[in-house]
Design a protein around this ligand. Structure first.
Ligand code: ATR
Length: 273
């Protein structure tokens, strides 16, 4: 049986085993997929032990180990290089471990699934943490017209812009975001976890906004989504689809099989209620 796992600390909340078991069922594979709680300073030995088992194919990696996984892996994937973070590890036949970051592909695929046109669009990305870094390369590769990055701490946005996106990321101050007139606004900050907004948003920011996307998900629309809708966004989306799509991209890396995601998203959505 092929063996998979997700490493994190904490890990009890992870939906990854549920998602990957649904993918495996679709392709008639019997897999094991376990949650592994690694000590905060003990990711690398734990991952090496898991991956050295017979049958181990790969694993997912979540907070706070994505940087450790980047250090452990051999990485060619641009999104992972930009993020300096890896969420997917795969054992190669020569015993080395390849690392990928599928978060950004997950975001782009979720946007496309919702009929969002990316080609030629102005995108505003809010936040300059690991979540933002990981989505920059796939967003640029999707054919958008421009990518502006804004953050509460502007200096951090400037660092991210200089280290990612091949010079294509433009930093904009929070006070000037409305001048970008973005078609797509993506909130990658942790603000929604505390039911706050990343900054004081106004209707001018949303005058051309077709889609506002919050990477957080919960049973009800987040405060960011509610505000975006009332300020003029035509469509608001949460990050549940991104979660499933990033898992699907990992599953494809491991197995070559492209899972269908919409039924999986529906099951998880119904379980959030
Ligand atoms: P992650 O790796 O999940 O992206 P992170 O590296 O801690 O987490 O980054 C969190 C991001 O959310 C940062 O851009 C942070 O802004 P600062 O750089 O100014 O700290 C942003 N953030 C978190 N809480 C926020 C809040 N209440 N309002 C605005 N931005 C917030």
């Amino acid at each position: 049986m092929k063996k998979f796992a997700v490493f994190g600390n904490p890990i009890v909340q992870s939906l990854s085993p549920t998602i990957h078991q649904m993918f495996a069922k679709q392709c008639g594979e019997q897999i094991s997929y376990e949650k592994i709680l690694a000590p905060e300073d003990g990711f690398t030995p734990a991952a090496n032990t898991f991956l050295s088992q017979p049958g181990a194919v790969g694993c997912n990696v979540t907070m706070p180990f994505k940087q450790d996984a980047f250090a452990l892996a051999s990485v060619d994937d641009q999104a992972a290089l930009d993020a300096k973070a890896v969420n997917t590890l795969m054992k190669r036949s020569d015993g080395t471990i390849a690392g990928f970051n599928t978060d950004g592909v997950g975001l782009v695929n979720d946007l496309l699934n919702h009929g969002v046109q990316l080609q030629g669009k102005r995108v505003l990305l809010i936040g300059a943490g690991g979540a933002a870094r990981g989505v920059i390369a796939p967003l640029i590769a999707s054919g958008i017209a421009s990518l502006h990055l804004t953050n509460r701490t502007k200096a951090k946005a400037e660092t991210v812009a200089s280290e990612t996106g091949g010079g294509k990321v433009k930093v904009v101050g929070i006070e000037d975001c409305d001048k970008v007139a973005p078609h797509i606004i993506i909130n990658s900050t942790a603000a929604s976890l505390s039911e706050t907004l990343p900054f004081d948003m106004n209707a001018t920011l949303f005058k051309e906004c077709e889609t506002a996307y919050d990477m957080v998900y919960r049973a009800e629309p987040t405060y960011f989504m509610q505000q975006a809708l009332s300020l003029g966004a035509l469509q608001v989306l949460d990050g549940l689809g991104m979660l499933v799509e990033q898992a699907a991209a990992s599953f494809t890396i491991w197995t070559g099989y492209k899972p269908k995601t919409s039924a999986v998203i529906d099951v998880l959505r119904s379980q959030l209620k």
